[in-house]
Structures are given as C-alpha cells and as structure tokens.
Write a protein that binds this ligand. Structure first.
Ligand code: ZN
Ligand code: ZN
Length: 389
C-alpha cells in the first residue's frame, strides 16, 4: 500500500510499504477513507519528538471502512464505517477504567523508552514515534487498529467523513481543553493559538457556557477563522497580550487560559525567542514554552491554566512562583478521546457544531508532503488539510 513516511528531518515521502495484517485477536484492519495532517505531526517531522525512525508511517487522525477483524472483535464487522481515536487503549486497565484512555497501561509496547524520559509511560499513539509504541499511522491506504473493540466508533452513512473525521483528535482535544477550565456562566476564557485545536477550543468554550472567548495568534487568516465561532481576537504582533487581556477583563485577567500552541511557540519578543531557540537548538531545553509562561502570567488569581498544546520534554524559566502564590491550577493531558467521541457525535448530530468548518485544503494522499509544506509554512491560508487515499 501507499503511505506517507518520515524520510528524515523535514523530509516526507510517499512510499510503498507492506499492507498491515491482523496481529492480535482484538485488531481490525481499516481501509482509510479520510485522514488529516495535525499540528502535532509537525513536531515529529522537524525532529523535536525523539525516536522517530526513517520509514515510519505518520498520521493519527483517520477514519475508514473496516475490512477485517480479529476473532476478539465482536462489535465491528467488515463494511462498518468507523472513526479511530488517536490514543490506543485497552479499555480494561486501571487508567481505562478511570476513562483516562491516553494513559492506557497496556497499549505502549515500548513503555520502557517513555519511562526513561517521563517517569511513567502514557498510552501508545498511532504514528507518533517509537517511544509511544511505534504504531504505523493513518496517513496510508490501510491501518491496523489494535483494541478495535474499544476505540473506534461506528458512523451511520448519513454523516459525511468531513463532519466526523475530527472526532479522532482535534475536536475532542479542543473540547477537553475547554472542559478542563470548569467554565461557569459569565466567564472569560483566553486561548493561545488560533489553529484548528484553538478553533475547536473556542467553539467548545462557548458550548460549555463561556460568556467571552479571546483568542491570541499572529496570522490574520487564522484569527478571522476563529472569529466565526464568536471569539474576540488579539494579534500579538500588534498588541501587548498581557496588557490587552488585563484591559479586557477589568484588570482581573481571564478566568481560565488555554495553551493550544505547545512546544514550538513563536515569541513576539526577539530576545526571548532567541533565548529559547538557542537553548532548544543546543538541546539544553526541548521546548519553547513562551505561550505557557504568558498564559500563566495572564490568568486571574485562582484561575485555571489548561494545557492542550503538545510538550515533549523539558521547559525552562517556568514561573512556578506565580502558579503557587496566585493559587493557579494547571490541568493538562493528551486527550482521552474515547471519553468524548459519543457525546460529541451527539452534538454534531444535533447540529450544535459542524467540525468541517476547520478544513481549508483537500488533496489526495499522494500529495501529503505538499500538504505538510503548506500547513507548516502557513501558505495559501492553510488551516487544516484532509487527505483522501
Ligand atoms: Zn492530531
Ligand atoms: Zn487500558
């Protein structure tokens, strides 16, 4: 089959790779009908997530048609249409029982590698490095889905791929980012990053009852897109974000702040950008946590900082003093997607949201490397690329 593979730092290629086969009783093979490029794929492509190898198939956002199931999968059969969540979860361990699916204790065969870096291992993830399981991803014609009796949800024929594909990651991720803010009526939520996850976080914050949502980015086309959710916007190249947020909230600060940017933040101040970029290039820190620092500084006393942007390792100049002295709560995690798929599918069915609003580009899988270029370089107002094998 054809697949989009990592061929070296900042190099992707469409290659012929072996078709996936059923390896375990609870596996299914899915013929991918739609797959997407994610912002977190960019951290893999440019080499900031360790343990990616030449020939690894990328992609963790995909859906398709079941073509084969192992003998342990009784709830799916060939011909079913499914969306596949990006964390792989067994459904029966301590973490899964607590609905913390991205922390499944049974789905990362390379847990030892992750333990060295993180202390304990999170779940395996499709197409997301060997440290997180080495599972071939969904930017391919077919994918093997482990624990297929737990993760994938069936989709009826009346809903097109584009309305449900993002249940695999970015809609639940944005939703969880908003949910972690414990939003009360009348509250103001600030979100850093107007990319697709930030757009879903903004839409979700309104669904959960936020009064105002303020989104911070520097690309006018992304800010225009997020304005469609009803959010107000700040361009950090035009205003001082901390001052602006203080002014917009009567001096108190937003009730909760969402970091939807993560480890490769861009800085408005050249000096701090140079500081983090240099330390990162020398591998003295792995992240550029500018947004995290600013979200912490901006948040009102006693508020919540919700981190859904991806971090991989270690940050520097982390303002723990303000977190402690101002009673801030930091909540974070890779999304426990399985927990959200059914309720969010219900919201799509009810017409509360149409997730296809994030799509800017559609192209065949064979053009995935070009799609990555457009997305990475923010060319052609690229917001979200959907690939069809
Ligand atoms: Zn993703
Ligand atoms: Zn589990």
């Amino acid at each position: 089959m054809k697949a989009n593979v990592w061929a070296g730092r900042n190099r992707l290629e469409i290659e012929d790779v072996p078709d996936p086969r059923i390896l375990n009783a609870r596996d299914a093979i899915v013929r991918v009908t739609s797959t997407a490029i994610c912002g977190s794929d960019l951290h893999l492509v440019d080499g900031y997530i360790p343990t990616v190898k030449k020939g690894d198939v990328l992609g963790h956002e995909f859906m398709g048609e079941v073509v084969e199931v192992g003998p342990g999968v009784r709830n799916l059969r060939a011909g079913d249409r499914v969306v596949v969540p990006f964390p792989i979860a067994c459904g029966a361990c301590f973490a899964c029982e607590a609905e913390l699916y991205s922390l499944c204790e049974n789905s990362n065969p390379n847990a030892g590698m992750a333990e060295k870096l993180m202390g304990h291992s999170p779940a395996g993830i499709f197409g997301y490095s060997h440290m997180l399981g080495g599972f071939p991803g969904g930017q391919a014609e077919y994918a093997r889905v482990p624990f297929a009796d737990v993760g994938p949800i069936k989709i009826e024929d009346d809903l097109p791929d584009e309305k449900v594909l993002f249940l695999s990651d970015i809609f639940p991720t944005g939703f969880m980012g908003a949910e972690m803010c414990d939003i009360k009526p009348g509250q103001t939520i600030a979100i850093w990053g107007a990319g697709p996850v930030g757009q879903f976080a903004a839409a979700s914050a309104f669904l959960l009852g936020a009064d105002r949502v303020i989104v911070i980015d520097r690309f006018p086309y992304r800010l225009r897109r997020v304005q469609r959710t009803g959010a107000e916007v700040l361009n950090y190249e035009e205003v001082n974000v901390l001052d602006a947020l203080r002014d917009m909230t009567g001096g108190r600060g937003p009730d909760a702040c969402i970091d939807a940017v993560g480890m490769e933040a861009h800085h408005p101040t050249p000096a701090m950008y140079a500081y983090d970029r240099t330390k990162q290039a020398a591998r003295l820190e792995t992240e550029r946590p500018y947004v995290l620092r600013e979200a912490i500084m901006a948040c009102r006393n006693g508020g919540v900082v919700s981190v859904i942007g991806v971090y991989g390792g270690f940050v520097d100049k982390f303002p723990m003093g303000t977190v402690m002295n101002r009673s801030l709560t930091i909540r974070t995690g890779q999304c426990h997607v399985q927990r959200y798929m059914e309720p969010l599918l219900d919201r799509i069915r009810a017409g509360e949201i149409d997730p296809s609003f994030v799509i800017s580009h559609r192209m065949p899988l064979s053009e995935a490397p070009r799609g990555f270029e457009l997305f990475k370089n923010k060319q052609d107002e690229c917001n979200k690329v959907v690939l069809t094998p």
